[in-house]
Design a protein around this ligand. Structure first.
Ligand code: MG
Length: 395
């Protein structure tokens, strides 16, 4: 009997955004499989970064906030880890690391330039920063194609679609069925949504995530971003992506082929599976998460999303179809509105209005913007416009 060949694990890994929810889970996966961590980066969470440096002994650690970088440098002066400062430090670390796989788990638009740097450096990109694709997806995919860089999605739905696509060829795909948990407010009317609290919004029924993405899940903005992400990653128009509410978050997405066969990917909802697959692909390794127990699960349910109440989902499809800087405007307006909601200054439904009004204001000019610099400049303007709207509505 021949023995199974050992799984191909990467020689080392770099993790950008290591103090966030996905970053911490990526470190868990690395530790479980004894994969050395060469480089970590974070915005400013110095306490956690210090703990991570002492536990994982990275060669490099970048801190985007300059003051926090100086603080960390003093704290870990007794270790051999070199500290790089500022957002340039994050990019320099990407250029310097010899890890064959870089996990980008940075939150928000700040993750875009590091994504491009990973691609330019020719490393495999395990991409958890969805804004890279929302803001500049066409540019990201073009560069990755040119450099022959593999992008492995670390978003449960896209990781699922990526796996389902291995059952056929691209020209045989009819549609991508992007599943959604529906969030904590599934079935709510607009009127009910206007009265929900910050605490209720942050209590997601199936996924443990950071605050920003938990709010985005409650408004279905996250599903809108994921629709754009899927269209970009897999090279399909927005109309080829259908959102299906799957309340239990067990089916992570599906692909429908032209022969009406549907391939689905199922597992216990846990991001560590997605990070691990991005590290081990095309091989699989023993997982950290428990196997699915169908008998205790009982049943799976499927529903249509309510596109009239949760307007940000169809708005995202519209923004992607318009193209140019419109998706970047959508993201910038949402980042501002969500920040104000998390600061307890807005109602949840104010996010809907601020994002819709800002996209409406910019859609005709932003659709014509083509260059990356132009996209980023338009997003900056839209951010200010959204901030003004948030200030006007603040209570
Ligand atoms: Mg997701």
């Amino acid at each position: 009997m021949t023995s199974l060949s050992p799984c191909q694990l990467p020689a080392s890994v770099a993790i950008l955004g290591s103090t966030g929810s996905v970053g911490r889970q990526a470190l868990e996966v690395a530790e479980y499989h004894h994969i050395p961590v060469d480089f970590i980066s974070a915005h400013s969470s110095v306490d956690l970064l210090e703990q991570q440096v002492r536990r994982f002994h990275p060669r490099l650690c970048a801190v985007a906030d300059e003051k926090a970088a100086a603080d960390l440098r003093t704290r870990i002066a007794d270790t051999p880890t070199r500290v790089l400062a500022g957002s340039e430090g994050v990019l320099a670390g990407v250029g310097e690391t010899d890890a064959p796989v870089v996990v980008n788990a940075i939150l928000g638009e700040a993750g875009l330039l590091p994504t491009l740097a990973v691609i330019d450096a020719g490393r495999r990109l395990a991409l958890a920063n969805k804004e890279s694709l929302v803001v500049a997806g066409r540019e990201v995919m073009r560069r990755a194609r040119e450099r022959g860089v593999e992008i492995l999605p670390v978003d449960s739905e896209h990781c699922a679609i990526f796996q389902c696509l291995q059952a056929g060829c691209k020209h045989e795909v009819r549609s991508l069925l992007l599943t959604a948990s529906g969030g904590p407010f599934f079935g709510y009317s607009r009127e009910q949504l206007s009265r929900v609290t910050r605490a209720e919004t942050l209590a997601h029924p199936t996924w443990q995530m950071g605050a920003k993405i938990t709010v985005d899940s409650a408004t279905l903005m996250n599903k809108g971003f994921e629709l754009i992400e899927a269209a970009c990653l897999f090279g399909l128009p927005a109309e080829a992506v259908t959102v299906v509410v799957q309340r239990q978050s067990i089916i992570h997405s599906m692909v429908e082929y032209i022969d009406n066969t549907v391939i689905a990917q199922l597992s216990v909802p846990d991001m560590r599976d997605c990070v691990q697959y991005a590290l081990t692909y095309p091989a699989r390794a023993e997982g950290l998460t428990p196997p699915l127990d169908f008998f205790s699960l009982g049943r799976l349910t499927f529903d249509r999303p309510d596109l009239e109440t949760f307007v940000l989902l169809p708005l995202a499809a519209h923004a992607y179809s318009l193209g140019g800087a419109v998706p970047a405007v959508l993201n910038a307006a949402n980042e501002e509105a969500v920040a104000a909601f998390l600061a307890d200054r807005l109602h949840l439904t104010d996010i809907f209005d601020i994002v819709c009004e800002t996209v409406e204001e910019y859609s005709s000019t932003a659709a014509r913007v083509e260059t990356l610099d132009g996209i980023l400049a338009t997003a900056r303007e839209a951010r200010l416009a959204a901030r003004r709207r948030a200030d006007q509505r603040a209570h």
